[in-house]
Design a protein around this ligand. Structure first.
Ligand SMILES: [Zn+2]
Length: 163
């Protein structure tokens, strides 16, 4: 049973523009990764393509295969692209922000529980162009936008009530 205590963000390390799901699935099958309950061999829980489409490849309760030593009690989120060579698309950032907000609320996690693969591992993943706190900042930006909208909504309701 995987109880998410942190979210580990990856890049696929592949800058090809095509949808990489089947490629990654094949590669991870060849590496002998287990088939998930959703029918994928992909080691991550979520994959975000360049159009911002999120594919769930494992249920959150399944133990992933994406970070040596940190697969237990974590979730793996991978963005397609090589962020040592290129930046994520705006659509990918939006999709990541929304997904991180959902996951952090669901599992009561904070920005401090979100990290790139390279923390405690010998890899560049999620790419040298992005800082260690890039994903945490994307999450905070989306959470703040949500809170601002919520506060505006409260204000409108209160003004109506106090008239
Ligand atoms: Zn990685």
């Amino acid at each position: 049973m995987n109880i998410p205590k942190k979210i580990i963000v990856h890049h696929s390390g592949d800058s090809s523009p095509i949808d990489q799901l089947s490629k990654i699935n094949r590669y991870h099958e060849q590496r002998g990764f287990d088939r998930s309950e959703l029918g994928f061999f992909v080691g991550y829980h979520y994959l975000i393509n360049k159009l911002g489409i999120v594919t769930r490849t494992k249920y959150d309760h399944e133990i992933g295969c994406h970070d040596a030593g940190e697969n237990i009690n974590s979730l793996g989120v991978c963005l397609e692209g090589d962020f040592s060579l290129e930046l994520p698309t705006e659509e990918q950032e939006k999709a990541l922000g929304g997904l991180l907000c959902d996951l952090c609320r669901k599992y009561r996690l904070t920005a401090l529980d979100i990290e790139p693969h390279r923390i405690r591992d010998d890899t560049e993943c999620y790419g040298t162009l992005l800082s260690d706190d890039w994903a945490s900042k994307i999450y905070l930006k989306f959470e703040l936008d949500y809170l601002r909208k919520f506060l505006t909504w409260c204000q409108i309701n209160l003004q109506h009530f106090l008239k």
